[in-house]
Ligand binder design. Sequence first.
Ligand SMILES: O=C(O)c1ccc[n+]([C@@H]2O[C@H](COP(=O)([O-])O)[C@@H](O)[C@H]2O)c1
Ligand SMILES: Cc1cc2nc[nH]c2cc1C
Length: 345
Amino acid sequence: MRIDIPAFDQAAAEAAQHRLDRLTKPQGSLGRLEELAVRLAGMTGNPRCRFERRTVVVMAADHGVTEEAVSAFPQEVTAQMVANFAAGGAGINVLARQARAQVVVVDMGVRTRSATGVLDRRLGPGTRNMTREPAMSRAQAEAAVAAGRELAGQLAAGGTSILLTGEMGIGNTTAASAVTAALTGRPAAEVTGRGTGLDHGALAHKIAVVERALALHRPDPADPIGVLSAVGGFEIAGLAGLVLGAAERRIPVILDGFITGSAALAACSLAPAAREYLIASHRSVEPGHRIILEALGLEPLLDLGLRLGEGTGAALALQLVDAAVAIRDEMAEFAEAGVSERLDG
Ligand SMILES: O=C(O)c1ccc[n+]([C@@H]2O[C@H](COP(=O)([O-])O)[C@@H](O)[C@H]2O)c1
Ligand SMILES: Cc1cc2nc[nH]c2cc1C
């Protein structure tokens, strides 16, 4: 797989920093908001980048591993929530409306086919049970990544200038845990959490399920497609592709929680330079998310105890991106506002 990711534009980043330093505030006093404005300039290559059309891509899929009783909810919730997204009634619909983002719902492989208003990129009626066989074939993993890359291209052609990742899939925190353990080498017990709300005993069982799948497949961390095929999910592989397709086009990507983080980890294993295009919106309650963010060298903007998924944390962080851009463009400079500069300046 040939993936060409343009380098971070240092000159654009410096130009944005220079502008921020002339605004009527002590230098650096808007902290991470300033860092965000500078990173966005380096990503886009434009110190005055603007994000008019913003798109949350919510990829949905089912997981064969739900046969092992790893979720607090039944599998049919995936399809039911896809219908809820299409009808505009889910958490992500509300937060995307607030942030003026469109929601694109993609069926990557939900067990039952969805109604209208959902993009069809189905690779099958859900993955297979990873504790018995590979979740998907290598060809399916490659096709899912390719579909995500292509979708980034289609959305970019339609004017999207910033992408937000979201997902839905009962059982997908088990897949994300296994992918994270496989790619980071950390033990299942460290990266596996309660997902939609397992109790203590059920969590121990879920950790054992992840351990069993990893022991069966022994995925090679140097082969991210192999990892996705053994223990991944169609939405996780698709989102890995979306991240790559965005980075190839200098489009910033706002990540959501643990599952989209595992997709980004796989993307960066395929093409490390993709990391420069990632914004970590928040730190999920899932313990594996902290490990992913550390592995990627990303500091999350928010820590709100979120564990919904869907792209909800990403939509909240888009409001901080808007704040960073507005500060950069709308604040007065010292000279024009007649404000005295620093004494030792
Ligand atoms: O984004 C997160 O960090 C996150 C953490 C826990 C659960 N979720 C959501 O919950 C679903 C997966 O949970 P589970 O317990 O079925 O594996 C899936 O639809 C995710 O969107 C999402
Ligand atoms: C109701 C519900 C909504 C969700 N949204 C994302 N994951 C979810 C899991 C459940 C169970």
